[in-house]
Design a protein around this ligand. Structure first.
Ligand code: NAD
Length: 248
């Protein structure tokens, strides 16, 4: 028996990275998964690879009507929606003094407003049967990190929005939690146009001295998607190799 048998999941940003790993694990554990992403080719390829219980829908998380279409497509395909993973995100590694207003607002639009629109769009579909909303924040939503101020602002917001939503939505049986990955081995960290730092060297200093794996984020999301986490809401789930624990 799978840990999320029969559950229907919508994952934003599921065309690659952590989202694609989450889709694969949740399907292995019995769920059906709708992947929403702006990367049409990669999203469709992931859906084809994962088989019948996976579909792709075009979704720009900053667009309200895209969210409406993604939720409708999920309900049309499987007749219910139990879990939303607000996973889509972008980063911009620029010092404050060089950050333009446009660049700042773009990060907020995707990471913060996108998460708000995602949560709002699934409430009706989850109201009757309850559900689980999983908001992917970051360790940059738990502490200050130099060089990513807009990103950090958006991820702290996700952490706060999660708690407010958890309080509001408890009456519908909808749980809302945030996940805080440290440094995870995906394109976001490896793309030299996005990140010029040596991620492996940085992570070698952590209490668990290595970079995190997207499979490890998928395990956390599986726990929160499943009924095993039935007593958790408004909480922060950290996976960071001990990065935020203290001085090391
Ligand atoms: P990634 O870049 O591999 O994946 C992000 C996905 O989001 C991509 O498929 C991208 O197309 C999609 N996306 C971007 N803008 C979108 C939009 N407007 N609408 C829909 N989809 C959009 O990165 P990842 O590491 O898999 O990131 C997943 C989440 O984890 C993000 O929220 C990120 O901020 C967070 N995170 C990542 C790390 C890390 O070290 N990789 C650490 C902490 C938190």
């Amino acid at each position: 028996m799978g840990r999320v048998d029969g559950k229907v999941v919508l994952i934003s940003g599921g065309a690659r990275g952590q989202g694609a790993h989450e889709a694969a694990l949740l399907i292995d554990e019995g769920a059906s998964v709708m992947i929403g992403d702006i990367r049409q080719e990669e999203g469709s390829a992931v859906a084809t690879r994962l088989g019948d219980r996976c579909r792709y829908v075009p979704l720009d998380v900053t667009d309200e009507s895209d969210w409406e279409r993604a939720v409708d497509a999920t309900l049309d395909t499987w007749g219910r929606l139990d879990v939303l993973v607000n996973n889509a995100g972008i980063v911009d590694m620029t010092p404050i003094e060089d950050t333009t207003r446009e660049a700042y607002e773009r990060i907020i639009a995707v990471n913060q407003t996108g998460t708000f629109l995602g949560m709002r769009s699934v409430i009706d579909a989850m109201k009757d049967n309850g559900g689980s909303i999983i908001n992917i924040s970051s360790t940059a939503g738990l502490m200050g990190v130099p060089g990513v101020m807009a990103y950090s602002a958006s991820k702290w917001a996700v952490r706060g929005m999660t708690k407010s939503a958890a309080l509001e939505l408890a009456r519908y049986g909808i749980r809302v939690n945030s996940v805080h990955p440290g440094v995870i081995d995906t394109d976001m960290v490896r793309d030299p146009n996005v990140n010029s730092h040596d991620a492996d060297a940085a992570c070698a200093k952590f209490p668990i001295p290595r970079i995190g794996r997207p499979e490890e984020c998928a395990n956390m999301v599986l726990f929160l998607a499943s009924d095993e986490s039935s007593y958790s809401t408004g909480a922060e789930f950290v996976l960071d190799g001990g990065y935020t624990v203290g001085r090391f």
